[in-house]
Design a protein around this ligand. Structure first.
Ligand code: NAD
Length: 423
């Protein structure tokens, strides 16, 4: 089969990063071939009766990239751009993320090509239930346990869980993570990814001996991850000067009142920043947000937003990747030449999957932890993982992204070697 390339930007990035790190690690050809491919790729059609009585058929996917370390784990995205290649790229990234995080999971990912912002609650429920039923034969608590991603959350996870539980005739709580508190979800999960991103940013500041107070941040995307990262950073004394969502970008050099922005978005019918105001706040063109003057940029929206067209205009010194794959390889090279240091996505945003692991473990044990226990375990793991990657990158004189890939791939490769390649 040999080395693969893909027309899909995200999959091509994932493959390039994997092959580059595998070569540097001296990984044997057989494992390069095995880990450069997904174990399973599932495509399903998802028929939904719409509110107007017509039936629409959506495309759905589920990828299991690797189960060498443990059951596949990864989110479910509802977005018009979802496709099989994108899911494969994100599934591969989940394998490395779980490996790097030191949790007992492989990597998977899924999604449905749809525009949930244009759908009613009833349409979304029917879509979620039919998607869950269609992927049911290939998922399981010890096989592949999906979670939420862009445009899915607690409600969708409950529709998924309820559907599978009814099909199987028993409650299947650990099969889906990201469930609401009170319905097998755990205190702390909603904030986990953003808290983890902010923890990485703060550990990074510690490593470069810079005080959070006086450090300025720009955050693209004010959804689940962006909001909780921003709140944690502001609580640590940092200043967030720019935020954005699909309604536009908002800039205030003196600092945005993040609590107020969060309250505004929570009260908005679509959870958006549209109409947000505070003294000194300026609405700027969305593309200018990434080019603002600040110390640290946190892209927390979608992939590929920093690319060859805008990378040379980026003014920050540091980037902490909250979204998956927000920087294209071309842009990575441009930023590297400019001396911009990057904390890579699968380290920075691993708080989400570590939180999912906590939820899964609690569901299996039937015993819930307090928010304090949850957060202290999360911070402990995130800080340890950051330090491992930082020290490795300093010792080996490689970028943090390469260091993280090498450490993650080495663990998966070791598991695959020990287990053998029978299946
Ligand atoms: P979300 O849907 O809650 O929020 C996404 C935000 O990005 C929204 O505010 C949306 O308006 C904004 N956005 C979308 N397109 C934009 C654009 N072109 N410009 C500016 N803003 C835009 O999603 P989320 O859960 O916060 O996830 C954000 C990113 O983090 C995704 O890449 C996701 O894969 C990644 N991630 C999420 C988790 C998690 O636990 N939620 C875990 C790991 C990684």
């Amino acid at each position: 089969m040999g080395k693969r390339t893909s027309e899909n930007v995200l999959l091509n990035i994932a493959l390039k990063n994997f092959y580059g790190a595998a070569e540097e690690l001296g990984l044997e050809d057989s494992l390069v071939e095995i880990l450069g491919n997904s174990e399973r790729k599932l495509s399903v059609s998802v028929p939904v009766v719409m509110d107007d009585g017509t039936t629409k058929v959506f495309n759905g996917y589920r990828i299991q990239h690797s189960t060498a370390i443990g059951p596949a784990k990864g989110g479910t995205r509802f977005h018009p751009d979802v496709n099989l290649d994108e899911c494969e790229a994100l599934g591969m990234l989940m394998t490395w993320k779980c490996s790097l995080a030191g949790i007992p999971y492989g990597g998977g990912k899924g999604g449905v090509e749809c525009d949930p912002l244009q759908m009613s609650k009833g349409e979304k429920e029917r879509l979620s239930r039919t998607y869950a039923a269609r992927i049911e034969p290939l998922i399981g608590t010890w096989i592949d346990a999906p979670g939420p991603d862009v445009n899915t959350g607690g409600q969708e996870m409950i529709w998924f869980m309820d559907t599978i539980s009814k099909i199987r005739g028993k409650v299947e709580p650990a099969l889906f993570t990201g469930k609401p508190v009170g319905l097998w979800g755990s205190e702390g999960r909603v904030e986990a990814t953003g808290l983890g991103v902010a923890t990485c940013a703060l550990e990074f500041l510690k490593a470069i001996k810079k005080d959070p107070k006086g450090t300025t941040f720009v955050i693209q995307g004010f959804g689940n991850v962006g909001t909780h990262a921003a709140l944690t950073l502001v609580n640590a004394g940092a200043t967030v000067v720019g935020i954005s969502d699909i309604t536009g970008a908002y800039y205030c050099p003196k600092g945005i009142d993040i609590k107020k922005a969060q309250q505004h978005a929570s009260a908005h019918p679509k959870k958006l920043l549209e109409g947000f105001e505070q003294p000194g706040l300026e609405k700027i063109p969305a593309e200018e947000l990434l080019l603002l003057e600040a110390d640290i940029l946190i892209p927390a929206a979608l992939e590929g937003v920093v690319n060859k067209d805008n990378a040379d205009k980026v003014k920050v010194k540091y980037i902490v990747e909250a979204a998956n794959g927000p920087i294209t390889p071309d842009a990575d090279a441009i930023l590297d030449a400019k001396g911009v240091l990057i904390v890579p996505d699968f380290l920075a945003n691993s708080g989400g999957v570590i939180g999912s692991y906590f939820e899964w473990a609690q569901n299996l044990g039937g015993f819930f932890w307090t928010r304090e226990e949850y957060n202290s375990r999360l911070l402990h793991i995130m800080k340890g993982n950051f330090k491992r990657v930082w020290d490795f990158s300093q010792e080996r004189h490689v970028k943090m992204r390469r260091a993280a890939f090498m450490a993650a791939i080495a663990r998966v490769a070791e598991a695959a070697r020990l287990r053998g390649i029978f299946l």
